[in-house]
Write a protein that binds this ligand. Structure first.
Ligand code: 7TS
Length: 396
């Protein structure tokens, strides 16, 4: 059996999304900017896709959704653009972010620091979420931008995005959120929350890889990322990725439609898996479930290296990930595990399972079985875990 429980890294393309994309490879393959019919016959599908994206996040017609290649690009663009427009030659010199953002935010902030920008990396509490008071303390009249993710990719914890947005408004500070792990998992309404910029990536919600977007609220300026042929209003030139855009639109529409029903099913499966894992002695999961996206659980298994668990699970055909995989090569510096107060040896034990609407109960049962087997085997040979009959009896 092969089980894919690493959906926060990427997801399977929904076959309906693939079917919607196929005509745009060999049939309607024209360049949308061409004046002939091969170009213009791509337009209706592009319009539908853009409508699906606007509806999916409840953007208003006057807002912009600019297509990019991925969320990494969107995150880089917005941060560097704010540096150019508000910081480099302006009055402001400060950006606030969190210590647990994706590297595509953290690394850009560190780069901007090297250019002289003051950056506050807000710490998180033991649930892996920032404290609102810390934001209030950090924000000041030189703050140009707050960039805080909607939901964390490692823990799945949902951030208090509305409160953050309100504080930004009070201080007249721009607010960017990385919405990658929220879309398709919880309702995302950019108008209700009042975000100024939001990044997302199609392949995280059963769309294709290589296409993402940056939402930009009406009236806000961005410096062009790619100068050239004037596509995307001159903000990001380059021939449009027609199949990708069509696929992202379709994936968004399906994700929103499936949200409640499939979300509840995914939550049940995740909870079953988590409950079984927590019955194993000396294991814990990060963050309160009610404030987590429904598909994710980050667990720590005392005495067992996350990498060793991955290896054992992989041999059984199961894909999970160490929570730290894309944060750092050095596990001890994993900001999420560190931030929740995990000691260095526990930071090594993080293991993330992320399910999707394609996950099944049979898969969950299979993962529980092999998780238990792996823990038993690895603890038996672990030098850092006292393997006593008591440990053994109560869960394995
Ligand atoms: N932001 C968040 C919150 C993410 O989780 C990821 C990818 C990205 C940005 C980057 O997206 P991309 O499409 O540009 O690659 N996160 C992960 C992960 O958790 N494991 O592998 C990739």
């Amino acid at each position: 059996m092969r089980v894919y429980f690493d959906n926060n890294a990427t997801t399977i393309v929904d076959p309906k999304v693939r079917d919607a994309m196929i005509p745009f490879f060999c049939e309607y393959y024209g360049n949308p900017n061409s004046l002939h019919q091969f170009g213009s016959e791509t337009h209706p599908a592009l319009r539908v896709a853009m409508d699906q994206l606007y509806a999916g996040i409840n953007a208003s017609d006057e807002d912009d959704i600019i297509i990019t290649s991925c969320a990494t690009e969107s995150n880089n663009w917005v941060l560097k653009s704010i540096y150019e427009t508000h910081i480099k030659n302006g009055e402001k010199n400060h950006i606030i972010t969190s210590a647990v953002e994706h590297p595509s935010v953290i690394a850009v902030c560190k780069y901007l620091e090297s250019l002289g920008v003051e950056v506050s990396f807000l710490p998180v509490n033991s649930d892996g979420v920032i404290e609102i008071d810390a934001l209030k303390d950090a924000i000041h009249d030189k703050t140009a931008l707050v960039s805080i993710m909607w939901a964390n990719n490692e823990t799945g914890m949902i951030f208090p995005i509305k409160e953050i947005s309100d504080i930004c408004k009070e201080h007249n500070v721009l607010f960017h959120t990385d919405g990658v792990q929220a879309i398709g998992k919880i309702p995302v309404d950019v108008q209700d929350v009042g975000v100024d910029f939001m990044s997302f990536s199609a392949h995280k919600f059963h769309g294709p890889k290589g296409v993402g977007a940056l939402f930009v609220k009406k009236g806000l300026e961005l410096i062009p990322l790619l100068h050239g042929g004037d596509q995307m209003g001159g903000k990001r030139s380059g021939t449009l990725n027609v199949p990708g855009i069509v696929g992202m639109g379709e994936a968004m529409e399906i994700a929103v439609k499936e949200l409640t029903c499939e979300g509840n099913l995914v939550r049940k499966l995740r909870d079953k898996l988590e409950d079984a894992i927590l019955k194993t002695p000396d294991t814990f999961s990060v963050g309160d479930r009610e404030h987590r996206v429904p598909n994710t659980v980050l667990v720590s298994v005392k005495g067992v290296e996350g990498e060793s668990m991955l290896w054992d699970l992989n041999r059984a055909g199961i894909a999970a990930s160490t929570g730290s995989a894309c944060a750092s090569e050095d596990l001890e510096s994993n900001p999420v595990m560190e931030a929740i107060g995990a000691e260095a040896d526990l930071a090594h034990t993080a293991l993330r399972f992320s399910l999707s609407r394609f996950s099944t109960e049979e898969e969950v049962d299979y993962v529980i079985l092999h998780f238990k087997k792996a823990v038993e085997r690895l603890r038996a040979i672990s030098s850092s875990y006292a393997y006593t009959p008591k440990n053994h009896k109560s869960g394995l």
